[in-house]
Design a protein around this ligand. Structure first.
Ligand code: FAD
Length: 401
């Protein structure tokens, strides 16, 4: 079959959510989902895996088991778009046409932008929670620390998925070191390419207290540029007061890296992207999730240009807006659903402690619960570790939450 009424690029959190919701609205829709991956991952739990608080095997399922039964999974990789012909081309050479297209291929991890990262990841204490393969090594590294140490946590200066993830693992590691009686003689550093700890003041205030309680040293506007694995040295670049770049070097026992990120290359190089944006996101209307130029194309999730924080939580609010607006386009009606930029970040601040940050496009808090979410709470830790994974596999991927 080489034509679908609705074709979805990417069967991750966003792609499966909208496929399931569309089919719940109308089970006769003819939907194809293209994804090259055998596996489907629940990525938010990788933070917990890195902290030794979650089983990695519970974060993965077969992709074919996650796709709604009435949809067809095409196991291939999209390489190019011809939006004027309503067609895409796959790596296997196949060309598929569509009436409507939904683009949700996620974000690209740019490992090669940091010299020495790819070859040293998974050894010498160089770890990252950003992949299924590497997250367990974070815990292996942390749990093998028996003496006071130097632990470094990095965040790049690009947008990333889950803006809080670089810090969450730092707080778990600091709490772990404290429990082992090692924290006061250890050095924990946060090197960030950004300029603040968190974009929403209410949550930044609590995180600044958490940072100071653990004695973490923060360094803003520093980018990790090179790693010497065997020497256990991390090289950072920053700009001095004159705007000139200069390097500093930091020794480490543990280095948790959040890689720079951008839109997948096949999106960057396609007609779907914003013309003047080097990060190459799919050019979407931030209210309606419709493509700004191609009216039969929609998109959602991490690859989209909508300026929300890139999280699964955002997708939960984007998906129903996209689905209703797409159905309206199919029926020749006008679009009436608006996404308000909701994003959420469950900020793990230690074992059994979490601040649930929720906010909109304007960084105004948009909280769900009837209590002050700007406090560390055990109930919110239970939400992250127990409720949300269950909700993901059983409701979100089924289009019922
Ligand atoms: P993904 O779920 O990444 O799916 C993209 C899919 O597209 C994949 O299946 C991929 O195989 C497929 N694809 C890629 N290229 C192609 C191609 N060329 N052709 C076809 N298919 C393709 N979110 C939260 O809400 N809360 C959290 O606490 C949280 N913590 C996180 C912690 C970590 C360590 C990480 C890594 C992520 C975290 N997230 C969190 C973010 C969340 O996982 C993502 O925002 C979400 O998965 C994005 O969904 P998506 O559909 O856009 O992309």
């Amino acid at each position: 079959k080489n034509h679908f009424q609705i074709l979805i690029v990417g069967g991750g959190n966003g792609g499966i959510s909208v496929a399931a919701q569309l089919l719940n609205q109308d089970s006769k829709l003819d939907i194809g989902i293209i994804d090259p991956s055998e596996k489907h991952y629940y990525q938010p739990a990788w933070t917990l895996v890195g902290g030794g608080a979650y089983d990695i095997d519970k974060t993965v399922r077969q992709e074919a088991d996650c796709v709604p039964k009435q949809a067809q999974l095409i196991k291939d990789r999209v390489v190019s778009f011809e939006p004027d012909q309503n067609a895409i081309t796959c790596l296997g050479g196949g060309r598929i046409t569509y009436d409507y297209l939904i683009v949700a291929p996620g974000i690209q991890l740019d490992w090669d932008k940091i010299k020495g990262l790819r070859e040293n990841l998974g050894q010498y204490g160089v770890c990252s929670n950003y992949t299924f393969e590497s997250a367990p090594y974070t815990w292996q590294t942390l749990s093998s620390i028996k003496r006071p140490c130097k632990a470094i946590f990095t965040a790049p200066n690009t947008p990333i998925k889950c803006g809080g993830a670089p810090q969450k693992i730092m707080y778990l590691a600091s709490d772990y070191l404290r429990k082992q009686g090692l924290l006061s003689d250890s050095e924990v550093h946060f090197y960030s390419g950004g300029s603040v700890i968190f974009g929403v003041k209410k949550y930044a205030d609590v995180l600044n207290r958490v940072v100071s309680n653990y004695g973490i040293q923060t360094h803003f506007n520093y980018n990790l540029v090179e790693i010497d694995g065997p020497g256990q040295l991390a090289h950072f670049e920053t700009k001095n007061a004159d705007g000139l770049a200069h390097r500093i070097t930091q020794a480490f026992d543990m280095l948790h890296v959040t890689p720079p990120q951008s839109a997948p290359d096949f999106i960057k190089n396609s007609p779907l992207t914003l013309k003047d944006n080097p990060l190459g996101w799919v050019d979407l209307n931030k209210d309606t999730m419709q493509h700004n130029r191609y009216k039969n194309i929609f998109g959602l999730g991490d690859a989209g240009s909508t300026p929300n924080s890139k999280t699964g939580a955002a997708i939960r609010k984007q998906a129903p807006v996209l689905v209703k607006n797409l159905i309206h386009v199919m029926e020749g009606k006008s679009l009436d659903q608006v996404y308000n930029g909701y994003g959420s970040c469950p900020l793990v601040t230690g074992y059994g402690k979490l601040v649930l940050a929720e906010f909109d496009y304007n960084n105004n808090p948009m909280e769900t619960f009837p209590f002050d979410q700007g406090k560390e709470r055990y109930s919110m830790w239970l939400l992250k570790t127990k409720v949300l994974p269950w909700l993901y596999w059983n409701k979100i991927l089924k289009g019922t939450a």
